[in-house]
Design a protein around this ligand. Structure first.
Ligand SMILES: NC(=O)c1ccc[n+]([C@@H]2O[C@H](COP(=O)([O-])OP(=O)(O)OC[C@H]3O[C@@H](n4cnc5c(N)ncnc54)[C@H](O)[C@@H]3O)[C@@H](O)[C@H]2O)c1
Length: 488
């Protein structure tokens, strides 16, 4: 590949152009707004100069990059020898189709036409092009900032194996992480990530900043995500996130598992869009991890209810598989002796959870520990319980006080479930699904590899016990967890 043309000099078009220029490929950049085009080129130069000052490359490199990136003032003057066009203009079908049809008249037959659309159907754009161009039409979905984010989703329709494979080889060699996927709403990342936000909203139920802070804290500290869903929505823009959700939801025929939540709709309606206008869910507030005290209860960890409880024991961590009835009787005895008890309620239904929690001081999502960290739900602040967990189980507890259930098991199970459904649909290969989530959205692990560190049965139980499960099942398109039921 020697020459490319990028149409649209906004956030994505300028980043994509910079990346190609850095690969020593000649780039023509066009925008309908000529003043904006020049200021965009100037911004690219300034960014490079900053990187030069930081020693990221030499001044010879800088000259080469600048020389490779040239403004194009009239689309009709595009270089007819261009090998690849990447369209990154406004997210609307009609202007995109117009751009491609104009370029079809100018560019030679070998030139690949690619759209960077996030939300439109690649097939929909493709079918509006002349037949002899359609075979060279593809989706190339870059992530922002395109110079830094490694992922490129190569979105193919039919008969494009060769182009896709050539582009994959090119991106592989150039240090990007290309993945191939089918043309389905949200492609890979925007689709599988939906429940990172959606399940967080369903957990919170109503606007409650304390709960938002806890969800973010748990997803960062236990899940290992760089940001929690609410701070991330504030950063992306609540309106942008809602648009992506609505797009995927509509693309899946309004399947309830992708439904936009009333909380986000209300935020956008009232003009609260996140960090960009200073009115978001959290406005950059976040909970910090506090150090443990040295003080801990004298603790016994038991896996069988018949184990003898010592007279000196102050806290029992009960991890048995006994029936609910037996557990309740056991807790009642301990309660009468003023011994504190916590158990793992992470996989119980709402009713059983509520029944058991009445007799407990908290719940530890022991089955959902991740990176040696575990979510602990307390009925009230009690640092000595946290220290006791740390000392007795050699695991780091991360606590919150929202007695309507565990957070991490719910959100992560929904993400795994979506990744499984996508794998089943052959949206992409399993490896590509995982790579996409790691390199497009910085997930700590790819979901399909990650879910192997949990018991499938525990994931199934969490999914079946979600408050939304029956609603989703009645929608009869997807039965959550049924993918797992097939024994995969
Ligand atoms: N912003 C992101 O994070 C992101 C990520 C991946 C993909 N995308 C997709 O990339 C595309 C561009 O998004 P963006 O965020 O860069 O938008 P943007 O608003 O920053 O830039 C769009 C640019 O296109 C120009 N433009 C509009 N109509 C044009 C036309 N007919 N011909 C030439 N130029 C035209 C505008 O003047 C503007 O400079 C969209 O399809 C979007 O869905 C965006």
């Amino acid at each position: 590949m020697k020459k490319i043309l990028v149409v649209g000099a906004g956030t994505m078009g300028s980043g994509i152009s910079m990346w190609f220029a850095q690969q020593n490929i000649s780039v023509q950049l066009f925008d309908i707004d000529q003043d904006f085009l020049q200021s965009s080129i100037n911004r690219c130069h300034q960014l490079w100069e900053k990187l030069l000052a930081k020693g990221k490359f030499s001044s010879d490199d800088l000259e080469m990059f600048k020389c490779n990136l040239q403004p194009l003032n009239d689309l009709k003057s595009a270089d007819s020898e261009t090998d690849l066009v990447i369209e990154a203009i406004v997210e609307k079908l009609k202007p995109k189709v117009e751009v491609f049809n104009t370029l079809h008249e100018i560019l030679k037959g070998h030139c690949i036409f690619a759209t960077n659309t996030s939300g439109l159907s690649v097939q929909e754009i493709k079918k509006s092009l002349p037949l002899n161009r359609q075979k060279n039409f593809i989706g190339l979905h870059f992530f922002n900032p395109a110079t830094i984010m490694k992922l490129v989703e190569i979105v193919t329709t039919v008969d494009q194996k060769e182009i896709a494979s050539n582009l994959k080889t090119f991106f592989d060699k150039s240090g990007k992480v290309p993945v191939r996927c089918q043309d389905r709403p949200g492609f890979i990342c925007n689709r599988i990530a939906r429940n990172f936000y959606g399940e967080a909203f369903r957990y919170a139920e109503t606007f409650n900043k304390e709960i938002f802070l806890s969800i973010d804290h748990i997803m960062r500290e236990v899940g290992g995500f760089r940001m929690g869903p609410f701070e991330l929505m504030d950063l992306i823009g609540i309106d942008i996130n809602l648009a992506a959700t609505t797009n995927v939801w509509e693309g899946f025929e309004c399947d309830p598992r992708f439904a936009p939540h009333v909380i986000q709709q209300e935020m956008v309606k009232s003009g609260k869009l996140g960090n960009k206008n200073g009115e978001g869910f959290l406005n950059k507030e976040k909970l910090e991890v506090s150090p443990f005290t040295d003080m801990a209860y004298r603790t016994q960890v038991i896996t069988c209810l018949s184990e003898k409880i010592n007279d000196s024991t102050e806290l029992v961590i009960e991890l048995s598989t006994s029936s609910i009835e037996k557990k309740v009787n056991f807790y009642k005895v301990l309660q009468s002796k003023k011994v504190k008890v916590i158990s793992d309620l992470s996989t119980y239904s709402k009713e059983s959870f509520e029944l058991l929690l009445k007799h407990l001081d908290g719940s530890i999502a022991y089955k959902f520990q991740n990176n040696n960290k575990v979510e602990v739900l307390l009925k009230k602040d009690d640092e000595k319980i946290l220290s006791a967990i740390h000392q007795s189980l050699d695991i780091t507890p991360v606590a919150h006080i929202h007695p309507h259930g565990h957070i991490f098991p719910r959100i992560i199970s929904m993400i795994f479930n979506e990744a499984k459904i996508a794998e089943d649909e052959k949206l992409a290969s399993s490896d590509d699904l995982d790579l996409a989530m790691r390199f497009g959205l910085n997930y700590p692990q790819g979901p399909l590899a990650w879910l192997k560190s949990f018991e499938l049965n525990d994931l199934k139980k969490v999914l079946r016990n979600l408050p939304s499960y029956n609603k989703l099942e009645s929608a009869s398109r997807y039965c959550l967890a049924e993918v797992f039921n097939e024994g995969k």
